[in-house]
Design a protein around this ligand. Structure first.
Ligand code: ZN
Length: 277
């Protein structure tokens, strides 16, 4: 990663945030518009984490403008793992070794799905450059992706020969279409949530499975836990701090049964599995 870019990026984020707080930015819940919230914790004096009293979402204040979010993911998103695209030689080697033991190895995610469904139509929502779609396909799924960033989607199509849509409308048309939706480290970057849960519900077949992976933000109300998780739970890249309470409640309210909630592939990852009713 370019260290200087990151530092200047963070400084400008803090500056913009300070300005927004001073000018009295809108603090209502980005998920349900409720104005009933309470402060959970804060960092750098100006970045706050709020919890909505109605839908229970924990969200960052100042909030992210949805239009800015889209622009941000087209060019400014600099989290190294997600954006450093492999060069020609590297991608060749990744394909040859089937991504095994690489930073983008999806074996653990695939194993979780295999336990519940061996084959089927799968959507990787937030597919990045198609590394997951390629591995799901290799594991026997009829896999395709959705990705907000056009350059990354294009890279996947060109280098991995995978299908990645960047137009949400084209996904919306596929009612009752998928057996499986996998979404890993994506929801915390969005600017609203339940709208996407309803979309997932529409495009899944009845009984279809939704696999969600997010940074584990359980226990943020506890001071000690918050101190440990603050660095990743909310900030420049993470608009939401997601926990089991919020995910269970809101998945149930958007047409899902939550069939499992617990530790993901690492100790700081939360995995929730839900089934369309
Ligand atoms: Zn809310």
């Amino acid at each position: 990663m370019n260290f200087l870019t990151d530092i200047t990026g963070s400084a400008s984020f803090l500056f913009k945030s300070a300005l927004r707080m001073l000018t009295g930015s809108d603090k209502s819940c980005p998920n349900c518009d409720s104005k009933k919230y309470r402060i959970v914790t804060k960092k750098y004096f100006i970045i706050h984490l709020y919890r909505c009293k109605r839908c229970k979402l924990m969200y960052r204040v100042p909030k992210q403008d949805p239009k800015e979010n889209r622009k941000f993911y087209q060019n400014k998103y600099i989290e190294p793992l997600a954006t450093e695209l492999p060069n020609e030689e590297e991608i060749k080697e990744l394909k040859r070794t089937k991504f095994r033991s690489s930073k983008k190895d999806f074996k653990k995610y695939i194993d979780v799905i295999k336990k519940r469904k061996k084959t089927g139509k799968l959507l990787d929502f937030g597919a990045n450059w198609g590394n997951g779609v390629w591995q799901f396909r290799d594991a026997g799924y009829d896999a395709e992706g959705y990705e907000i960033s056009k350059p990354r989607a294009k890279y996947g199509e060109n280098n991995l020969d995978v299908k990645i849509s960047t137009v949400i409308g084209s996904i919306l048309n596929r009612k009752n279409h998928y057996d499986i939706i996998h979404t890993s480290h994506v929801l915390e970057h969005l600017t609203t949530i339940n709208r996407y849960f309803r979309l997932f519900n529409q495009i899944l077949k009845k009984g279809g499975l939704l696999f969600i992976y997010v940074p584990d933000c359980n226990g943020m109300e506890n001071k000690k836990t918050a101190a440990k998780k603050k660095n990743y739970a909310f900030g420049k890249n993470h608009n939401f701090a997601l926990d089991t309470q919020f995910l269970k409640k809101n998945l149930q309210e958007t047409g899902f049964d939550v069939i499992s909630a617990g530790k993901g592939t690492t100790n700081s990852e939360l995995c929730v599995i839900a089934q369309k009713k």
